[in-house]
Design a protein around this ligand. Structure first.
Ligand code: NAD
Length: 262
């Protein structure tokens, strides 16, 4: 299905990453203006360059979502440059290290929670304020299937994504009176991409009873756990974002869409 987003604007955090970039292409191809926020300025500039082919307005902001004032500045800069924002894709995230619970490092636990929970809160709050004042809109938070069934060796990441699904449910209730829908998206095994490669290598390296020590074998073990026996594509994740933002989802809020192949 192709949704029409002409004249609309989407703000995407983690806009330089795999899922953010695929979603930016999906929305720009359907006519939306795109605002990218990311820590990685070089990769973000590349994505902005690619988006030129669609002839839609594009803006980029260097932004650390863990800093509330960075987020506020990026939102006001975006409004100055592109006008009203209609959709916010709250997507920046960090996978954390892979370690068993008895060895999970304190500093990495804090880092994961800071980016995936506190950062998501900052963006959610700024989006809520902006969309409230604009008369409505839609927000999609990127959770993960790790926020539904938490995998081994990912204590912080699983916890952070359960929190994203929880924040989605509360925000959906709080913001319904303003005409703002809030949903979350839970991809499982998505590839090719940075997170897929990283997780197979790091799960192999942990040396747990759940995965082989060879990352190539881990890839197969993971794919064998999927009823559809394949990875999801970045485009299939972007399709989920497009649906949840679209008018076709006008009565859907507080929902977690699993994109998992079963
Ligand atoms: P990615 O690493 O390619 O992209 C993440 C982006 O977030 C990067 O560009 C990074 O620079 C940015 N980022 C990290 N910390 C930031 C911060 N503090 N402030 C601003 N930007 C920051 O990974 P991706 O696969 O595109 O991941 C996007 C989202 O999808 C994440 O929330 C991730 O947890 C989630 N997710 C991914 C998968 C997958 O398999 N790819 C599966 C489930 C969930």
């Amino acid at each position: 299905a192709t949704y029409q987003f002409a004249g609309k604007t989407i703000l995407i955090t983690g806009g330089a990453g795999d899922i953010g970039k695929a979603t930016a292409h999906r929305f720009a191809a359907n006519g939306a203006g795109v605002v990218l926020l990311d820590l990685n300025e070089a990769k973000m500039a590349d994505v902005a360059e690619e988006l030129k082919e669609y002839n839609v307005p594009v803006a980029t902001f260097s932004c650390d979502v863990t800093a509330a004032d960075d987020v506020a500045k990026a939102f006001s800069g975006a409004v100055q440059q592109l006008g009203q924002i209609h959709y916010v894709f709250n997507n920046a995230g960090y996978q954390g290290v892979f370690a068993k619970t008895d060895e999970y490092p304190e500093d990495d636990f804090q880092k994961v929670i800071n980016i995936n929970v506190v950062g998501v809160f900052h963006v959610l709050k700024a989006a809520a304020q902006h969309l409230r004042d604009a008369g409505g809109g839609a927000i999609v938070n990127t959770a993960s299937y790790a926020g539904v069934v938490s995998p081994p060796n990912m204590l912080a990441y699983g916890a952070s994504k359960f929190a994203v699904i929880g924040m989605t449910q509360t925000a959906a209730k709080d913001l319904a009176p303003y005409g703002i829908r809030v949903n979350s998206l839970s991809p499982a095994l998505i590839g090719p991409g940075f997170m897929w490669t990283r997780q197979t290598e790091l799960q192999a390296a942990v040396g747990s009873q759940y995965f082989d020590a060879n990352p190539k074998v881990v890839e197969q073990q993971m794919i064998d756990s999927v009823p559809m026996r394949r990875l999801g594509s970045l485009e299939e994740v972007a399709n989920g974002v497009a649906f949840l933002m679209s008018e076709e989802a006008s009565y859907i809020t507080g929902f977690n869409l699993e994109i998992t192949g079963g």
